[in-house]
Design a protein around this ligand. Sequence first.
Ligand SMILES: CC(C)(COP(=O)(O)OP(=O)(O)OC[C@H]1O[C@@H](n2cnc3c(N)ncnc32)[C@H](O)[C@@H]1OP(=O)(O)O)[C@@H](O)C(=O)NCCC(=O)NCCS
Length: 164
Amino acid sequence: MNIEIRPVTPPDVPAISALAREIWQATYPGIITQEQIDFMLEQRYGHERLYDDIEDADKWLDQAFYNGRRVGFAFSELYKGEFKLDKLYIHPDVQRQGVGGQLIEHVARRAGKLGYPCVILAVNKRNEKAIASYKKYGFAVRETVVDDIGRGFVMDDFIMEKKL
Ligand SMILES: CC(C)(COP(=O)(O)OP(=O)(O)OC[C@H]1O[C@@H](n2cnc3c(N)ncnc32)[C@H](O)[C@@H]1OP(=O)(O)O)[C@@H](O)C(=O)NCCC(=O)NCCS
C-alpha cells in the first residue's frame, strides 16, 4: 500500500469536485436530505469556490493518492483563531485502510508547526463512522452546535477537538 499526500493545485479542481460528489453520495443519504447534499456540494465544492480556497493564505487543501489513484482529501483552515480540519473525505473503496488517519496526521503536524494547541472539526451528530474514526485519532467532543447554513438548512454538529 502506497499513500501519498500532495497539495491540491488549480488543475486538480474538477477532479476534487467530482470526487467530493461521489463520496458525499455514498455518505450522506439517510443523514441529510438530497436537497441539502446538492446545496452543500454547490456551496463548498463548486469550481470557483475551490479556486478561491486554493488562493486563500489561511486555507490548505491536501489530497491523498492510494497506489497512484486520487482517493480523498482534507481541507484545513484558520477559523476564529483556531486550527480547523474543515473537510475529510475518503473514497468508500479505500476507507478503513489508514488514508484518513494519514491525512489527519498531516494536518495535525501543520497545526503544531504553526503553534496551535489543538485541531478542531465539526461532524454531523449522526455520522457515526466518522465520529468513531475521529475518536480513534484522538479527537473528543467539545460541544454541540446547530448552524443555520441558509435556504432553511441547518448543520447539526458536534465540535470535536484533538489536543496536540
Ligand atoms: C471518516 C473517514 C474520513 C475516515 O477515513 P478512513 O481512511 O476510512 O479512516 P482510517 O482507515 O484511517 O481509520 C479507520 C477508522 O475509522 C472508522 N471507520 C472508518 N470506516 C468505518 C466503517 N465503515 N465502519 C465503522 N467505522 C469506520 C473506524 O474507527 C476505523 O478504525 P478501525 O478500522 O480500527 O475500527 C472516511 O471513512 C470517510 O471519508 N467517510 C465518509 C465521509 C465522511 O463521513 N467524512 C467525515 C465528514 S466530517
